[in-house]
Design a binder for this molecule. Structure first.
Ligand code: ARG
Ligand code: ZN
Length: 896
């Protein structure tokens, strides 16, 4: 049964305070909840309906006396409550079974330690409650447990009391000074140790920071702690938002459905986003940790102090907080070019994952109108597109204006549960006269309309009049439930390049004088025309700089135009984009061309890339000034997913074969340059994960991979041999893993001993073993061997379906990260997928529903893939005992 945004109604009761007492026991945990409840005077008198799931109810009392109750649709319904508006005390005693909780929602046990995950609706699996974000209460939590087994007892807020009990048990009492919704509740109990750090805020208040991990992992917490300190300093410096707690804790668990969770003062993290050492974590891991630690910390204001009125407003906190973590990473990266690299990486995720989502059966607005299972809506649309919608507001009001908007947002709404409208209103009201404020209602279509808008740009040069007219038009394809779309407000940042690549001064018709070489125009109608005057020669337009709006830009560029942009654009994003357009064009033409077989690597004559493109890429690779990280991005081919997204009908094997052929061509055509790149990008000093050093390692890694590929094709073993040496002697995981991956993906015979050695070196380190599994599961298919290899990996003693990281490392890596191996003409990849969705669903519906998304785009596939994929989805849908999570995904997929 779908829940509609329109049906929102305020709660009939408020819970102002709650005292929870836990007697922690894996098999049977007892939970006593005492709540101070009162009727909401704004709502007509009605029974109190409390949410609950998989609980055993032992007792209900009102003001100390028994009361009547009934169960209805899984809710606990109390009809005979005191009348009037006086608060009353409601006491509920329940038990639950944490050890049996494989869903990892609510209270569960991971490696002998208790954890909770309450967002979105896990608190109801701990006790009966008004489990909705607009009910905010103060929490006082008493934890009791066996002291030997659970020496550390943590919850939100401040530790006010602790001590011994009988029978080897002990207790701790935590009080959270801030009101919060139930989804921010957390407790942790087990054998953990902490890295501690005391800090002083700008105002001079002291805070204790802790990162809690298992005993052996303490040495891998330095980077997380540094990231936390940097996050705190950044939020204070950039937005004037200080830490509002005496104590801030991060706890790591290896069993976690998502990345991390912003519970007030007690963030719980997937170990993947906490633990790092140079020997075990890659540069990407280090960067992700900084970004996720920042993300969760920034939620303390954008999410916790001001929270969501209902779950349809999820992007209010997620879109804004992703925007903040992106800005944090960019500010930490420092140089303008390092900022651009981060921007390119973020846009790449948006375009390869969110654009397909927005074009598929699960498409939904940033503020959805309905959902069946809220956990299915923790999506790239809510997060990444939501961040783009915040970024556009930032672009429209400017950096200072955005800071004013944030200030007003907190002045108005601190301590409240609000909506996306409230955020946009604060931004607009703090910036009267801005484009945002003038077009606010219109701008907010970004929240209500799904789908990726397409912007078409047509330029025309008039030599006689010395003018250049740019006609911009927009449209947006239909999405499920939204046939017709209204125009969006689209900020288009642009510049014009002269024939030699110089930035031209911009002067629009009617303006007295030119105003700079870059500006942001706002496209708000279906079609608008801009006329630039005093243009002496035909220019090349550089549009949507820094990806100023989340749209698809269509522009009729010639190859020469793109080569000019790639060589000269002052905007690094568009420089990269020009290269991607050139490569994408070649890929699409080759896919459409009749020559060449459809088998992987079959039948291409190695001359897909025009020499001018190869030369331009060589120019970038050898460029004396450009950053290594930027070069690596320019030299990377568009992903198979991104290429597929441009096609109406997708033959995934053909896409794979063309991309592999292009890769091989780049590898051989630039062989000497790759050698140069590898040799000249070696770091000798101490390992540092900063963007510059990471960029050098990324480029060296890409070079090594290309060199192994070329060598394999030429039957040469020099570079694979060097890769093996590097694999053995590398001083950090980035270099080691890149060398391993180069051997594995090129299919060299040294791959097998390297993999064996890698496992022996790192057995027992779960996060590294995840990498080992993931690399193999994503290894390009050779004569249909990928699927059997995946099945064999699942027989490995280290494999477990119950651990989400491990399941993802094998099953998701194959289904989402190995298109050539997954899309088999015999449909066996899809059958495997169906099998695994069903297996996982019985254990963990949230993880299963993620996997169920792998075939979202089935209806675009060519036959025989299309029919086989549909059949596999139907097989899952035909299963009677399906979770509502998976049911929602496959039902929507079949309706496509
Ligand atoms: N709020 C968390 C974050 O973005 C995500 C937790 C979502 N968990 C879930 N089970 N839906 O940082
Ligand atoms: Zn978040």
């Amino acid at each position: 049964a779908a829940i509609q945004r329109q049906d929102y109604a305020p709660p009939a009761y408020w819970i102002d305070a709650v005292q929870l007492t836990f007697d922690l026991d894996p098999a049977k945990t007892r939970v006593l909840s005492k709540m101070q409840v009162r009727r909401n005077p704004q709502v007509a008198p009605q029974p109190l309906r409390l949410d609950g799931e998989e609980l055993n109810l032992a007792r209900v009392q009102v003001n100390g006396a028994g009361t009547s109750f009934k169960m209805e649709d899984g809710q606990l319904v109390l009809e005979n409550l005191p009348g009037g508006h006086e608060p009353f005390e409601l006491e509920i005693f329940t038990t639950c079974q944490p050890i049996k909780n494989t869903q990892l929602s609510g209270l569960y046990v991971s490696e002998g330690t208790f954890f909770t995950q309450c967002e979105a609706q896990g608190f109801r699996r701990i006790t009966y409650f008004l489990d909705r974000p607009d009910v905010m209460a103060t929490y006082s939590v008493l934890l009791r447990a066996d002291k030997a087994a659970y020496p550390v007892l943590l919850s939100n807020g401040n530790l006010v009391e602790s001590g011994e009990l009988d029978d080897g048990r002990h207790f701790a009492r935590w009080v959270d000074p801030h009101k919060k919704p139930s989804y921010l509740f957390a407790l942790v109990a087990g054998k953990l140790v902490a890295r501690e750090q005391k800090i002083k805020s700008r105002a001079g208040t002291e805070h204790l920071l802790q990162v809690w991990v298992r005993a052996g992992d303490l040495g891998k917490t330095e980077h997380a702690m540094n990231s936390l300190m940097a996050s705190i300093a950044w939020d204070e410096a950039r937005f004037n938002l200080p830490l509002d707690l005496e104590r801030f804790m991060i706890v790591a668990t290896s069993d976690f459905n998502m990345g991390a969770m912003e519970n007030k003062g007690l963030n719980v993290f997937n170990t993947k986003y906490v633990l790092a050492s140079q020997a075990t974590a890659t540069d990407v891991d280090f960067a992700n940790i900084e970004s996720v630690v920042g993300h969760e910390y920034f939620h303390n204001w954008t999410g916790n102090r001001v929270t969501c009125r209902d779950w349809f407003q999820l992007s209010l906190k997620e879109g804004l907080t992703v925007f903040r973590d992106q800005e944090f990473s960019m500010d930490m990266a420092g140089s303008p070019s390092a900022r651009a690299v981060k921007r390119i990486e973020d846009v790449r995720v948006l375009r390869t994952v969110q654009f397909p989502e927005d074009a598929g059966p699960m498409a939904h607005p940033v503020r959805p109108d309905s959902y069946v299972e809220i956990n299915n809506f923790y999506t790239v649309t809510i997060y990444e597109k939501g961040a783009e919608v915040v970024r556009m507001q930032h672009n429209l009001v400017g950096r200072e204006g955005f800071a004013r908007g944030m200030k007003l947002y907190f002045e108005r709404h601190d301590g409240q549960a609000v909506t996306c409208d409230d955020f946009a209103a604060a931004m607009a009201d703090a910036n009267p006269g801005s484009e945002l404020s003038r077009r606010l209602e219109h701008f907010k279509r970004w929240y209500s309309q799904a789908g990726t808008p397409r912007v078409k740009a047509v330029g025309q040069y008039d030599a006689a009049a010395q003018t250049y007219t740019l006609q911009l038009s927009q449209s947006c394809p239909a999405t499920p439930g939204q046939a017709d779309k209204q125009p969006f407000v689209i900020p288009v940042t642009l510049g014009l390049l002269g024939p030699q690549g110089a930035a031209l001064p911009l002067q629009l018709q009617g303006e007295e004088q030119p105003g700079g070489t870059e500006r942001t125009v706002v496209l708000h109608e279906a079609q608008q025309t801009l006329t630039f005057t005093h243009v002496a020669q035909p220019p090349v337009p550089s549009l949507l700089r820094a990806f100023s709006a989340p749209v698809v830009l269509e522009c009729d560029y010639s190859d020469e135009d793109l080569l000019l942009l790639l060589a000269h654009d002052s905007d690094p994003f568009n420089r990269w984009e020009a290269g991607q357009r050139l490569l994408l064009r070649v890929a699409i033409e080759s896919i459409a061309a009749p020559a060449g077989g459809t088998g992987a690597g079959a039948g291409f004559d190695q001359r897909l890339l025009p020499p001018a493109i190869v030369q331009a890429l060589q120019g970038v690779l050898r460029h004396p000034q450009l950053d290594a990280a930027f070069k690596e991005l320019v030299l990377s081919l568009p992903s198979e997913a991104y290429i597929a997204e441009q096609l109406d009908t997708v033959d995934p094997q053909r896409v794979h074969a063309v991309r592999e052929a292009l890769r091989l061509e780049l590898a051989t055509a630039l062989q000497a340059d790759w050698e140069w790149a590898f040799e000249t990008h070696q770091d000798s000093g101490a390992y540092r994960p900063d963007p510059q050093s990471a960029g050098r390692r990324a480029l060296a890694g890409a070079a090594l991979s290309m060199l192994c590929l070329a060598a394999q094709a030429q039957g040469d073993s020099v570079w694979p041999g060097k890769a093996y040496q590097r694999f053995k002697s590398a001083g950090n995981m980035t270099d080691r893993f890149n060398a391993l991956a180069a051997l594995v993906t090129s299919g060299h015979e040294l791959a097998a001993p390297a993999l064996q050695r890698f496992h022996a070196l790192f057995k027992g380190d779960a996060l590294v073993i995840d990498k080992w599994f993931a690399l193999q599961a994503a290894t390009p298919d050779r004569a249909g061997d990928a699927l059997p290899a995946v099945r064999a990996l699942m027989q490995h003693p280290d494999f477990s379906l119950k651990n989400p990281n491990r399941a993802r490392s094998v099953i998701f890596s194959y289904c989402n990260g190995n298109p050539g191996g997954f899309h088999r003409a015999d449909g066996a990849g899809y059958a495997f997928w169906a099998e695994q969705v069903l297996q996982l669903d019985a254990i963990n519906p949230q993880v299963a529903a993620r996997l169920a998304r792998s075939l979202d785009r089935w209806s675009k596939l060519a036959e025989p893939y299309r029919g086989a994929a549909r059949e596999a989805i139907a097989r899952v849908a035909g299963h009677a005992a399906l979770s509502s999570d998976v049911r929602e995904v496959v039902t929507r997929a079949l309706a496509a």
